[in-house]
Ligand binder design. Structure first.
Ligand SMILES: NC(=O)c1ccc[n+]([C@@H]2O[C@H](COP(=O)([O-])OP(=O)(O)OC[C@H]3O[C@@H](n4cnc5c(N)ncnc54)[C@H](OP(=O)(O)O)[C@@H]3O)[C@@H](O)[C@H]2O)c1
Length: 208
Protein backbone atom coordinates (compact mmCIF):
# COMPACT_ATOMS: atom_id res chain seq x y z
CA UNK A 1 0.00 0.00 0.00
CA UNK A 2 1.13 3.50 -0.67
CA UNK A 3 -0.22 6.77 0.71
CA UNK A 4 0.88 10.13 2.01
CA UNK A 5 0.30 9.54 5.73
CA UNK A 6 2.80 7.16 7.32
CA UNK A 7 0.76 6.83 10.53
CA UNK A 8 -2.39 5.79 8.65
CA UNK A 9 -0.40 3.28 6.58
CA UNK A 10 1.16 1.71 9.68
CA UNK A 11 -2.31 1.32 11.18
CA UNK A 12 -3.68 -0.36 8.02
CA UNK A 13 -0.71 -2.72 7.76
CA UNK A 14 -1.35 -3.70 11.39
CA UNK A 15 -5.04 -4.40 10.67
CA UNK A 16 -4.27 -6.52 7.59
CA UNK A 17 -1.47 -8.40 9.33
CA UNK A 18 -3.78 -9.20 12.24
CA UNK A 19 -6.16 -10.76 9.68
CA UNK A 20 -3.34 -12.99 8.42
CA UNK A 21 -2.79 -10.94 5.25
CA UNK A 22 0.78 -10.19 4.23
CA UNK A 23 1.08 -6.42 3.78
CA UNK A 24 3.69 -3.71 3.65
CA UNK A 25 3.58 0.00 2.92
CA UNK A 26 5.51 2.97 1.65
CA UNK A 27 4.92 6.70 1.73
CA UNK A 28 4.16 8.19 -1.68
CA UNK A 29 2.72 11.56 -2.72
CA UNK A 30 1.52 11.02 -6.26
CA UNK A 31 1.74 14.73 -7.08
CA UNK A 32 5.45 14.75 -6.18
CA UNK A 33 7.66 13.24 -8.89
CA UNK A 34 10.61 12.59 -6.55
CA UNK A 35 8.36 10.84 -4.01
CA UNK A 36 6.97 8.53 -6.73
CA UNK A 37 10.45 7.82 -8.10
CA UNK A 38 11.63 6.87 -4.60
CA UNK A 39 8.56 4.66 -4.07
CA UNK A 40 9.19 2.81 -7.35
CA UNK A 41 12.84 2.32 -6.39
CA UNK A 42 11.78 0.94 -2.98
CA UNK A 43 9.37 -1.56 -4.62
CA UNK A 44 12.09 -2.61 -7.06
CA UNK A 45 14.54 -3.14 -4.20
CA UNK A 46 12.09 -5.15 -2.07
CA UNK A 47 10.15 -7.12 -4.72
CA UNK A 48 12.01 -6.72 -8.04
CA UNK A 49 8.71 -6.35 -9.96
CA UNK A 50 5.08 -5.24 -9.66
CA UNK A 51 2.12 -7.40 -10.69
CA UNK A 52 -0.74 -4.95 -10.11
CA UNK A 53 -0.89 -1.16 -9.89
CA UNK A 54 -4.12 0.34 -8.59
CA UNK A 55 -4.28 4.10 -9.09
CA UNK A 56 -6.87 5.08 -6.49
CA UNK A 57 -5.77 8.42 -5.03
CA UNK A 58 -7.79 11.41 -6.15
CA UNK A 59 -9.09 14.82 -5.14
CA UNK A 60 -12.66 16.01 -5.26
CA UNK A 61 -13.35 19.69 -5.92
CA UNK A 62 -15.85 21.50 -3.74
CA UNK A 63 -18.65 23.34 -5.58
CA UNK A 64 -17.28 22.57 -9.00
CA UNK A 65 -19.26 24.89 -11.28
CA UNK A 66 -17.52 26.13 -14.44
CA UNK A 67 -18.62 29.67 -13.60
CA UNK A 68 -17.40 29.78 -10.01
CA UNK A 69 -14.79 27.08 -9.45
CA UNK A 70 -11.50 28.37 -8.08
CA UNK A 71 -8.87 28.03 -10.82
CA UNK A 72 -6.27 27.19 -8.21
CA UNK A 73 -8.42 24.28 -7.02
CA UNK A 74 -8.94 23.03 -10.61
CA UNK A 75 -5.15 23.03 -11.01
CA UNK A 76 -4.76 20.96 -7.84
CA UNK A 77 -7.48 18.51 -8.94
CA UNK A 78 -5.79 17.98 -12.32
CA UNK A 79 -2.35 17.84 -10.73
CA UNK A 80 -3.46 14.95 -8.50
CA UNK A 81 -6.03 13.08 -10.57
CA UNK A 82 -4.45 13.34 -14.03
CA UNK A 83 -0.75 14.24 -13.73
CA UNK A 84 -0.41 12.25 -10.48
CA UNK A 85 -1.95 9.12 -12.01
CA UNK A 86 0.24 9.56 -15.10
CA UNK A 87 3.31 10.07 -12.91
CA UNK A 88 2.71 6.86 -10.91
CA UNK A 89 1.88 4.85 -14.04
CA UNK A 90 5.03 6.07 -15.80
CA UNK A 91 7.38 5.35 -12.90
CA UNK A 92 5.94 1.86 -12.24
CA UNK A 93 5.69 0.65 -15.87
CA UNK A 94 9.27 -0.73 -15.84
CA UNK A 95 8.36 -2.90 -12.82
CA UNK A 96 5.06 -4.02 -14.38
CA UNK A 97 6.98 -5.09 -17.49
CA UNK A 98 8.90 -7.54 -15.27
CA UNK A 99 5.64 -9.26 -14.24
CA UNK A 100 4.18 -12.16 -16.24
CA UNK A 101 0.63 -10.86 -15.61
CA UNK A 102 0.85 -7.06 -15.28
CA UNK A 103 -2.37 -5.18 -14.55
CA UNK A 104 -3.17 -1.49 -14.09
CA UNK A 105 -6.49 -0.31 -12.67
CA UNK A 106 -7.23 3.41 -12.86
CA UNK A 107 -9.98 4.13 -10.36
CA UNK A 108 -12.12 6.57 -12.31
CA UNK A 109 -15.71 7.75 -12.09
CA UNK A 110 -18.87 7.74 -14.16
CA UNK A 111 -18.63 11.52 -13.70
CA UNK A 112 -15.82 11.35 -16.28
CA UNK A 113 -17.95 9.54 -18.86
CA UNK A 114 -20.07 11.06 -21.63
CA UNK A 115 -22.46 8.17 -21.91
CA UNK A 116 -22.81 6.73 -18.38
CA UNK A 117 -26.59 6.79 -17.86
CA UNK A 118 -26.22 7.38 -14.10
CA UNK A 119 -23.48 9.97 -13.67
CA UNK A 120 -22.27 10.92 -17.18
CA UNK A 121 -21.83 14.33 -18.82
CA UNK A 122 -24.88 13.87 -21.04
CA UNK A 123 -27.08 12.58 -18.25
CA UNK A 124 -26.80 15.01 -15.38
CA UNK A 125 -24.41 13.36 -12.88
CA UNK A 126 -27.17 13.13 -10.25
CA UNK A 127 -27.64 16.89 -10.53
CA UNK A 128 -24.13 17.50 -9.12
CA UNK A 129 -22.07 19.66 -11.52
CA UNK A 130 -18.74 17.85 -10.92
CA UNK A 131 -17.11 20.01 -13.62
CA UNK A 132 -13.45 20.05 -12.56
CA UNK A 133 -13.58 16.56 -11.02
CA UNK A 134 -15.56 15.11 -13.95
CA UNK A 135 -13.19 16.63 -16.51
CA UNK A 136 -10.20 15.25 -14.60
CA UNK A 137 -11.73 11.75 -14.70
CA UNK A 138 -12.52 12.18 -18.41
CA UNK A 139 -8.78 12.73 -18.84
CA UNK A 140 -8.01 9.71 -16.63
CA UNK A 141 -10.20 7.58 -18.90
CA UNK A 142 -8.23 8.86 -21.91
CA UNK A 143 -4.98 8.10 -20.10
CA UNK A 144 -6.21 4.55 -19.44
CA UNK A 145 -6.91 4.02 -23.12
CA UNK A 146 -3.57 5.46 -24.25
CA UNK A 147 -1.67 3.39 -21.65
CA UNK A 148 -3.55 0.22 -22.63
CA UNK A 149 -2.62 0.64 -26.29
CA UNK A 150 1.00 1.41 -25.45
CA UNK A 151 1.33 -1.67 -23.20
CA UNK A 152 -0.59 -4.09 -25.42
CA UNK A 153 2.57 -5.75 -26.75
CA UNK A 154 3.82 -6.21 -23.15
CA UNK A 155 0.52 -8.01 -22.39
CA UNK A 156 -0.21 -5.61 -19.52
CA UNK A 157 -3.96 -5.15 -19.11
CA UNK A 158 -5.02 -1.57 -18.31
CA UNK A 159 -8.60 -0.67 -17.44
CA UNK A 160 -10.57 2.13 -15.78
CA UNK A 161 -13.08 1.26 -13.06
CA UNK A 162 -15.82 3.37 -11.51
CA UNK A 163 -16.40 2.00 -7.98
CA UNK A 164 -19.89 3.60 -7.86
CA UNK A 165 -20.99 5.87 -5.03
CA UNK A 166 -18.96 4.60 -2.06
CA UNK A 167 -19.29 5.29 1.64
CA UNK A 168 -15.54 5.85 2.04
CA UNK A 169 -15.90 8.23 4.96
CA UNK A 170 -18.58 6.21 6.76
CA UNK A 171 -21.13 9.00 6.27
CA UNK A 172 -23.93 6.65 5.17
CA UNK A 173 -23.88 7.71 1.48
CA UNK A 174 -23.40 4.89 -1.03
CA UNK A 175 -22.42 1.26 -0.60
CA UNK A 176 -19.63 0.18 1.78
CA UNK A 177 -16.03 0.07 0.52
CA UNK A 178 -15.98 -3.73 0.93
CA UNK A 179 -18.77 -3.99 -1.71
CA UNK A 180 -17.51 -1.43 -4.22
CA UNK A 181 -13.90 -2.58 -4.01
CA UNK A 182 -14.98 -5.85 -5.63
CA UNK A 183 -15.15 -4.24 -9.09
CA UNK A 184 -11.61 -2.90 -8.64
CA UNK A 185 -10.30 -6.28 -7.46
CA UNK A 186 -12.04 -7.92 -10.45
CA UNK A 187 -10.12 -5.68 -12.87
CA UNK A 188 -6.87 -6.20 -10.93
CA UNK A 189 -7.14 -9.98 -11.22
CA UNK A 190 -8.35 -10.39 -14.82
CA UNK A 191 -7.14 -13.50 -16.64
CA UNK A 192 -4.45 -13.03 -19.29
CA UNK A 193 -7.06 -13.03 -22.09
CA UNK A 194 -9.15 -10.41 -20.26
CA UNK A 195 -10.13 -7.00 -21.65
CA UNK A 196 -7.82 -3.98 -21.80
CA UNK A 197 -8.45 -0.30 -22.53
CA UNK A 198 -12.04 -0.49 -21.30
CA UNK A 199 -14.16 1.15 -18.60
CA UNK A 200 -16.17 -0.86 -16.04
CA UNK A 201 -18.42 -0.59 -13.01
CA UNK A 202 -19.13 -3.75 -11.00
CA UNK A 203 -17.58 -5.77 -13.84
CA UNK A 204 -20.08 -4.33 -16.38
CA UNK A 205 -18.76 -2.24 -19.27
CA UNK A 206 -19.51 1.49 -19.23
CA UNK A 207 -19.56 3.84 -22.22
CA UNK A 208 -16.71 6.41 -22.41
N1 LIG B 1 -16.40 7.68 -3.07
C1 LIG B 1 -17.14 7.65 -4.17
O1 LIG B 1 -18.39 7.69 -4.13
C2 LIG B 1 -16.46 7.54 -5.52
C3 LIG B 1 -17.26 7.47 -6.66
C4 LIG B 1 -16.66 7.35 -7.90
C5 LIG B 1 -15.27 7.31 -7.97
N2 LIG B 1 -14.52 7.40 -6.84
C6 LIG B 1 -13.06 7.33 -6.98
O2 LIG B 1 -12.57 6.32 -6.11
C7 LIG B 1 -11.26 6.67 -5.64
C8 LIG B 1 -11.24 6.64 -4.14
O3 LIG B 1 -12.17 7.60 -3.68
P1 LIG B 1 -12.49 7.83 -2.15
O4 LIG B 1 -13.94 7.99 -2.01
O5 LIG B 1 -11.76 6.82 -1.32
O6 LIG B 1 -11.82 9.25 -1.95
P2 LIG B 1 -11.30 9.94 -0.63
O7 LIG B 1 -11.97 9.39 0.56
O8 LIG B 1 -11.35 11.41 -0.91
O9 LIG B 1 -9.79 9.45 -0.59
C9 LIG B 1 -8.89 9.88 -1.54
C10 LIG B 1 -7.53 9.38 -1.12
O10 LIG B 1 -6.58 9.90 -2.06
C11 LIG B 1 -5.46 10.30 -1.32
N3 LIG B 1 -4.68 11.33 -2.01
C12 LIG B 1 -5.09 12.54 -2.47
N4 LIG B 1 -4.05 13.20 -3.01
C13 LIG B 1 -2.98 12.38 -2.91
C14 LIG B 1 -1.62 12.50 -3.27
N5 LIG B 1 -1.14 13.61 -3.87
N6 LIG B 1 -0.78 11.47 -3.02
C15 LIG B 1 -1.24 10.35 -2.42
N7 LIG B 1 -2.52 10.18 -2.03
C16 LIG B 1 -3.37 11.19 -2.27
C17 LIG B 1 -6.00 10.85 -0.03
O11 LIG B 1 -4.96 10.84 0.90
P3 LIG B 1 -4.99 11.69 2.25
O12 LIG B 1 -5.76 10.84 3.20
O13 LIG B 1 -3.53 11.81 2.60
O14 LIG B 1 -5.65 13.00 1.95
C18 LIG B 1 -7.13 9.87 0.27
O15 LIG B 1 -6.63 8.77 1.00
C19 LIG B 1 -10.95 8.03 -6.24
O16 LIG B 1 -10.21 7.88 -7.41
C20 LIG B 1 -12.34 8.59 -6.56
O17 LIG B 1 -12.31 9.56 -7.59
C21 LIG B 1 -15.09 7.51 -5.62
Amino acid sequence: MAARRAGQLALLVKVLTSLGISASSLVMDIADEKSVQEAAAAVEKQFGKLDVLINDAARLAAGDLVETQSIDEIRQVFDTNVIGTWNVTQKFIPLLRKSDHGRIVDVSSGAGSFGDPQYGFLNGALGIPCSGYGLSKLAVNGLTLKTAKELQSAKILVNAVCPDITDTQGAGMGRPVSENAKGVVWAATLPDDGPSGRFFRNGMELPW
